[in-house]
Design a protein around this ligand. Structure first.
Ligand SMILES: Cc1cc2nc3c(=O)[nH]c(=O)nc-3n(C[C@H](O)[C@H](O)[C@H](O)COP(=O)(O)OP(=O)(O)OC[C@H]3O[C@@H](n4cnc5c(N)ncnc54)[C@H](O)[C@@H]3O)c2cc1C
Length: 321
């Protein structure tokens, strides 16, 4: 059990907040064993999936359970359908890709929605004319009060637009452990009434799309609308193979600004009385008689150049008065 843990890497806003107690959950027994302990039984509890729908404004004075329950099980399969039980800590988009790869349809329109499988029924995630309720068979969860495992079929989940019983009567009362999905096999009926999907497919001259092509169209639309640092990083890495990076908040990477400035050719470059340091490109120097405005002008020239070359906007660390 870890204590006083920063939740910054576990929420996509990257906001700083502390958790009094913190545990990563990798199997169901761990949750049960933990919550059977008297000291945790009565403590405020926060279950965290991908952290893409939480906004921390203060520390959490209780126990945070980071859901990493994994596994996709086939329960039943016919020529036209497949019934799957998916552990709640699976990354939603990974599950979508798994389904697409296997030719199972029904969730391809929900490609690239951030978060975990367990959070999907909470607000009945939806996008591009499809809601997850269409394919959910049942939801299995641990009741936090009684520590009993129960299931709810789709009708009892009271799904509505971004709504479910998990946001109302069961709010804060359950840990969703797994979700059963019924996906389609065989003849694929694409759900492409949504204008943007039609336009994207038309641009590619696709008239009879496969599951994969619908998924790719949705991914392309989402990436064009939302900033996607991970995709941008992968593109940069293709162009600049030696680009260094460090892991940070899930979905983000840290790229050293010094490397970018150096590889844009600024390291050691002098402009009048100012310039970039010969050994540390990040540092701007005054050769003796520089005026503040000259240093500022150079900084902004470098920023513009990096933006043009790498598509990354640097911000000056120094407070400019
Ligand atoms: C860039 C962006 C795009 C998005 N696009 C869409 C979209 O197109 N459509 C859409 O519907 N949503 C969208 N969302 C919202 C988000 O993707 C969903 O709400 C997603 O289901 C959150 O999953 P998560 O695992 O990150 O949940 P978290 O942020 O970790 O948790 C959200 C809430 O659910 C609870 N919770 C999480 N897992 C469990 C569990 N196993 N058991 C019980 N409670 C749990 C948490 O306690 C918390 O209250 C988007 C979010 C972002 C940031």
């Amino acid at each position: 059990m870890r204590e006083n843990v920063s939740l910054k890497p576990f929420n996509t806003f990257g906001l700083e907040a502390g958790a009094k107690y913190f545990e990563e959950i990798n199997n169901e027994d761990e949750v049960l064993n933990l919550l059977h302990q008297e000291r945790f039984g009565a403590m405020p509890l926060l279950i965290l999936g991908g952290g893409s729908n939480v906004l921390f404004t203060q520390d959490f004075d209780g126990l945070v359970l980071l859901n990493r329950l994994k596994g996709i099980k086939i329960l039943n399969e016919t020529d036209s359908e497949i019934l799957l039980e998916v552990a709640s800590g699976e990354v939603w988009h990974d599950f979508v890709l798994h389904a697409v790869k296997n030719g199972w349809s029904g969730i391809e329109n929900l490609s690239l929605i951030p978060g975990t499988v367990g959070a999907a029924p909470m607000q009945n995630i939806g996008a591009y004319g499809v809601e997850v309720k269409n394919v959910i068979e049942q939801v299995r969860y641990l009741v936090l009060d009684t520590l009993q495992i129960e299931t709810l079929n789709a009708a009892a989940c009271e799904f509505g637009y971004r709504e479910s019983v998990f946001k109302h009567d069961l709010k804060g009362k359950v840990f969703i452990l797994s979700v059963q999905f019924r996906l389609s096999k065989g003849a694929f009926i694409p759900q492409i009434s949504y204008g943007a999907i039609q336009e994207t497919l038309a641009e590619k001259q696709i008239t009879n799309p496969s599951i994969q092509e619908v998924s790719e169209a949705v991914i392309a639309i989402r990436q064009s609308k939302l900033p996607d640092p991970e995709a941008q990083f992968n593109e940069l890495k293709k162009k600049f193979e030696t680009l260094p990076s460090y892991p940070t908040t899930p979905g983000f990477v840290k790229i050293p600004a010094g490397w970018l400035i150096e590889h844009a050719g600024w390291k050691g470059k002098r402009v009048g009385e100012t310039g970039s340091h010969a050994k540390q490109a990040l540092v701007l120097v005054n050769y003796g008689n520089a005026e503040g405005y000259e240093v500022k002008a150079l900084a902004f020239e470098i920023i513009a150049d990096i933006q043009a070359k790498f598509g990354i906007r640097l911000s000056p660390e120094v407070n400019i008065f």
